[in-house]
Design a protein around this ligand. Sequence first.
Ligand code: AKG
Length: 251
Amino acid sequence: MFLTQQQVRDYKTNGFITGIRVANEVEARHYRELFDQLEVKEGREKCQIGLVDRHFDQQFIWGLATHPQILDCISDLIGPDVLLLATHFFCKYGPQEKFVAWHQDVTYWGLEPAEAITAWFAIDDSDCGNGCMSVIPGSHRDGIQEHGKSDQEGNLLSINQEVPISREDENCAVDLVLKAGEMSIHHGTIIHGSLPNRSTRRRCGLTIRYVPPWVRQIEENSMKRRSHAILLRGQDQEKNFGECPTPFSIN
Ligand SMILES: O=C(O)CCC(=O)C(=O)O
């Protein structure tokens, strides 16, 4: 058990835990440099939300997705059998009005049952100044909510989705302030989003999505993709995603 009993309880009650150190300062700098190199190659426009599932060709992303400490935490929360569903960078450059509207992750992923968990690993320091992620505690317990479209320009989400929330809920939102090398973990149905990065600092995070083996993908996700989930720990009797080979070895 890597997480404390209290953290497991907090996750169940609130739908998230945060401030978990994964990489020390030196390692965090290394990850940042590797992302910087990828950014030079791919260009800033693409880096915002266009780097999807690059664990298949970028060893450092694979290394993060299979990081033993991240997997220990995920196993503590969803059990010993863990599949990697997807990875996706959310990179906001400032100062800009790009934001992430309130939404739930699993709504448009085509999963049945709609169960998933995300580790959000901070490549850069992430705080209220540069538009860190915010969550509505406990909102995961109300199941999947109907999403509409955001009427505000600059939503980074794939199909401009947004779940309307009350002023009261918005006032309860918790900002997930992280130092580079730390992570938060959030439940697939928690309502979350992030405000624009109005600073001059970049705010980049890698989202790593995991599912237990009993989950199936019954339709394409909102990016018209089918997931090639990979077993990272434990057993997969169901083989709902077929057998996808690992692109690199597991740590
Ligand atoms: O990084 C952000 O601001 C939002 C991340 C997000 O929406 C997600 O993990 O699904």
